[in-house]
Design a protein around this ligand. Structure first.
Ligand SMILES: Nc1ncnc2c1ncn2[C@@H]1O[C@H](COP(=O)(O)OP(=O)(O)O)[C@@H](O)[C@H]1O
Ligand SMILES: [Mg+2]
Length: 248
């Protein structure tokens, strides 16, 4: 589904990804781990076209991103649903308008998509009553659900989450993990999640680690606690000793 070859990206003299390779199969639920500031978000932003790579190639569903322009390019990025780190709801709009945002901006009448919005809001486990509320009236977990419902309006083939549970309590975290898993199965998506939460391994099919600009490991999530790769071993246990050195 996603094939990344030789991806390099720098900001000035700061090299973030260098000659990075990664392939993600259709239907995978991939958790990407790595230290803060390693470039995980930068990698995702290149996959969804928010950042241009300096070098290398990203192929989605057999189409090379660099060869796509205009409408074709827009179409492929619309199919990659990106659930932002902080739900990024517009506070001045109702939940309904937030979920329906893309359609409303493209001239579709609210009445014509009402049932679709209700369907999506239910599929993320919310009561349709929330549609008349404003983001300020919702809890953190509910905002994340609304953000996901908005993404699902685009019927994405690929779902990408950037630290969806950071800052949430353990119970909400669990609910978000279950919701991601349910959504993955129900909508038959390929899913990528960046997370520091080791609980995510219970839900993911695969785990990949980004370290010093490269994907240094990719393997099955079910056997991750038996993995003897020294970087993985150290990182998932949060050990001080190991090949990953301290510092920032
Ligand atoms: N738009 C940008 N301009 C300059 N530097 C950036 C930009 N985005 C990210 N960086 C730098 O790239 C590095 C990786 O950032 P990021 O991908 O956000 O890390 P993380 O793995 O925590 O998600 C950081 O050093 C960050 O400062
Ligand atoms: Mg990040």
């Amino acid at each position: 589904m996603i094939e990344i070859k030789g991806l390099s990206k720098a900001f000035g003299s700061r090299i973030v990804t260098k000659d990075l390779n990664l392939s993600v199969g259709t239907g995978e639920f991939l958790a990407i781990i790595g230290r803060s500031g390693e470039g995980k978000s930068v990698l995702l932003k290149q996959i969804i076209g928010l950042l241009e790579p300096d070098n290398g190639e990203i192929t989605i569903n057999g189409l090379s991103l660099s060869s796509l322009h205009g409408r074709e390019r827009e179409k492929i990025f619309r199919e990659c649903g990106y659930v932002f780190q902080f739900a990024a709801l517009l506070d001045s709009l109702s939940v309904f308008d937030n979920v329906a945002l893309y359609h409303l901006e493209h001239g579709i009448k609210a009445d014509d998509i009402h049932s679709l919005v209700v369907e999506k809001i239910k599929s993320v486990g919310l009561n349709p009553d929330v549609l008349n509320k404003f983001p300020d009236e919702l809890s953190g977990g509910m905002k994340k659900r609304v953000g996901l419902a908005r993404t699902l309006m685009m019927t994405p083939k690929i779902l990408i989450y950037d630290e969806p549970t950071t800052g949430l309590d353990p119970i909400t975290t669990r609910l978000i993990h279950e919701l991601m898993k349910e959504t993955h199965i129900k909508f038959n998506t390929t899913t990528i999640v960046i997370s520091h939460d080791v609980e995510v391994f219970k839900y993911a099919s695969h785990v990949a680690m980004l370290h010093e600009g490269k994907i240094i490991f990719k393997g099955e999530a079910s056997s991750i606690w038996d993995c003897q790769n020294p970087y993985i071993y150290q990182f998932i246990r949060g050990l001080a000793e190991g090949p990953i050195t301290h510092g920032t």
